[in-house]
Write a protein that binds this ligand. Sequence first.
Ligand code: ADP
Ligand code: ZN
Ligand code: ZN
Length: 702
Amino acid sequence: MNHRLPVLVQTPAHSQVAGPLTYLCEQILLPGTLVRVPFGKRETLGLVWTAAPGGGVAIDADKLRPIAGVLDAIAPLSTHWQQLVAFAAAYYQRGAGEVALAALPPQLRDLNTTQLARRLKRQARLTALVLPENQITPDLIAATVEQTRAIAQFDAQTGPFLLFGATGSGKTEVYLQCVKQLLTRDPSAQAILMVPEINLTPQLQARVKERFVPLYGEDAVVSMHSGMTHPQRLASWLAAHSGAARIVLGTRMAVFASLPRCRLIVVDEEHDPSYKQQEGARYSARDLAIYRGRLEGAKVMLGSATPSLESWHHSRPTAEGGRYVRLEMPSRIGEGALPLVRRVDMNHQPSKAVFSPPLLQAITERVARGEQSMVFLNRRGYAPVLACSACEWKSECPHCSAYRVFHKIDRTLRCHHCGFTERVPRACPECGNVDIAPVGRGTERLEEHLAELLADVRRPGNESIAEQVRITRIDADSTRLKGELEKQLAKVHAGEVDVLVGTQMIAKGHDFRRITLVAAINPDAALFSSDFRAPERLFSLLMQAAGRAGRDAKVSGQSEMWIQTFYPGHPLFEALKRHDYPAFAAQQLKERQSAGMPPFSSQALVRAEAREQDIAQGFLVAASEAAQDLPDAPFVTMYPAVPMSIQRVANIERAQMLVESPSRAHLQRFLTAWHAVLHATRQSPAGKGVIRWAVDVDPLAI
Ligand code: ADP
Ligand code: ZN
Ligand code: ZN
């Protein structure tokens, strides 16, 4: 007797098959059960799903095939987990199979039933070995008044919560105490703690382990991020899925962790763009956390010193329609004052100066006092462009509408979009002139330049061996090798660095204790960007960066944040000077409201790629014309198709179209209905030559 079983597999993106396939099976299996199934000539991982309306389809239209095996050593994924996946797939306009399988650890897909059984046995042995022996309670830090109040409010209400706390106000401590309270009260409860980037996990991981391993054992805290090996990820996933892990610490992927008893989800630095997945199913882990919390009855706490305008708006007073509870912690721990913001008017500085004389002076003084400074610039490499002094030649990428960046360290020109790399030519490829020179600067050149400027400055200390200033650069290039970032950060923490140069990578999250000066070298570009979110991103980046300074009152009196700008009177810098996020947010929200932009409307972008721009745009135009008859079309504005800001990458032309509606529900229904239209348009003459298309719901960059 054979049953028909709906099974999700990882169907290629945008194949017509978005729902489950049908297989045969001798027994009835619960939805959520993991199985191996034949798929074409291969065997692949599948997930038993609830039957699709209409009965589902077979992969080979004429004959149903039996499943190949059941991974019955792993408990089926919970109904809640399945609902989360189903919601994410529907909301972000992707196939459930794609979302579900991408949410599982890669090794689960790669191992067959026998290999997996072996792994599980090994895991069980490991778990048995590390049972906690010493039940010592670590010394708890006494919470401050503000922390105590936030924790009490968290305890008394259901949330969701937005913890609005200044940088260095002790938000992490609040998360940890809330987690502790929860785990103590409920011996099977589990929590997810999310951070935006892997490079922030080591420090937090150390803090979390220090706190909880003595209480619950080595296994209680597991990590989930893309920097882990596949076996590590599988081990973490299994520990969470079995309930052995009490705390899952991870990046955005952790929102999909399978937990039998998820009771708390914390999203630290909730404003951070890296919570939005930028390929495949473009989900927002922050938004899914809110959904998941409601689904499973878990409390959700978002935290930030500069919340996203969406979350800030949601946390307005209930009387005005707010849905989140705002918890406020305005003061820094231990009297550490927020840095004094100083704007340098670059209109009045020597015209070629990269470091204005007063900034250089201030850095020099810090070095002499044995304090650390941090200088950041959002551009890596030596120079963004190389140009010929005799003709028009510039280091354009032959494959993209972008310049290749000059990296001096290995004398290459590298395209940061397609990766195309060449040695720097000895002479201009166009006219043979040997005088080709870097234009503009990135962190590599900034570091070199600063070293020249500070060459004669000596650090204090032993008179006989006066030492040179120690400068370190941290960016994606300097930390490419595994372990390099940790090593460099450790040097900073240990005080072996005087000036830290880097990209925004150093501006976020790190609990540096000795930095007393932070400088933004050239932040102006974002003031005039065509992207309406650019000011929000700039403000939060500068606030975050400022937050790296003066975190320890014992190290310095007054710390400083320096802004070099040609627009010192800009309202964004005025608000920054007062550390006044609420004022900045109010002004931005007012603008957004009058322009009908998020959070006062919902948006989606449809992107298309083709060899020629006309084809990509033509497809979008045809699909939008065909959408006019959809029931929700009157509630949706469709903007013209335009080239993306980087129009061509790796010889592919890219176009996009914005769709917007004041109503999220209308937009959702419209997108769902439009999906079939887009598929049909792709198959029509208007779709000829289109390489791929995709929908990005709630896009972050426009
Ligand atoms: P945030 O995440 O808000 O920037 P952190 O949680 O990193 O701030 O806290 C800043 C510093 O203050 C950390 O070094 C932390 O150990 C310390 N800290 C936090 N809470 C307390 C407290 N109640 N008493 C003493 N130190 C604290
Ligand atoms: Zn030339
Ligand atoms: Zn390129």
